[in-house]
Design a protein around this ligand. Sequence first.
Ligand SMILES: *Cc1c(COP(=O)(O)O)cnc(C)c1O
Length: 217
Amino acid sequence: MRERIAETCVAAGRDPSSVVLTAVSKTQPDEALEAALATGQRVFGENRVQEAQGHWTARRAAFPDLELRLIGPLQTNKAVEAVALFDVIETLDREKLAAALASAMQKTGRRPRVLVQVNTGAEPQKAGVLPQDADALIVSAREIHGLNVEGLMCIPPAEEAPEPHFSLLAGIAARNGLSVLSMGMSGDYETAISCGATHVRVGSALFGERITPLKPS
Ligand SMILES: *Cc1c(COP(=O)(O)O)cnc(C)c1O
C-alpha cells in the first residue's frame, strides 16, 4: 500500500512523503494490528472510542510513536475519553462538540489536533458540517474554543464521482489557511492524492474486508 501511494504521488507530481497512510483498524483482530505494527505502520484510524481503547490503550506503552486518529462521529459525552486517547480528532462538525472538546482538553491537559469534517455532498444521514457553514465553524473552533484546527476531512457520497467533493474540500481548506486534508479511502485514495490529500484513510484494501457482525433481524 505504501508503494502504491508513493507511485500515485509520483504520477501526480507530488512528493511521496507528503501523503500519510492512516491504517483504518476498526473491527480488526489483534493479529491484524500486530501485523501492521510489524511493518512499521504507526498511524491508525478508529471509528469508535471504546473499540479504540481496547485496541490501543495497552499498546501505547510498547509503541510510544503511535498516532491515533478518530475518524468516526463523536458524541459530546465521550469527549473526555476521546481527548484522553486520540492524537487527532478528525470529526469535529458542530459548535456543541467544539465546546465539549475544549472543556475535555482543560480537564485532561491533553491537546489533540482537530480536523473539521465537511459533509460535502450535504447528505442528510451523514455527519459533517455543511460546506456553506464550514468557514464559521472553523473560525469559532479556533477563536472561541481555542482548538488546534489543522485541516479538514470528508467522505464523499458513495454513488458519486469523488473529485468534485475532494476539490470542494481543498478549496475550503485553502481559503482558511489549513494544510491537512484527510480524504480518500480504499476505493478512491488515488483520486484523493491527485486532488491534494495529505492523509488517506485505508481499511479494507490493507486488511481485507471487514467482518461486520450481522444486525439482529
Ligand atoms: C471505515 C472507514 C474508512 C476505511 O474504509 P475502507 O473503504 O475500508 O478503506 C475510512 N474513513 C472512514 C471515516 C471510515 O469510517
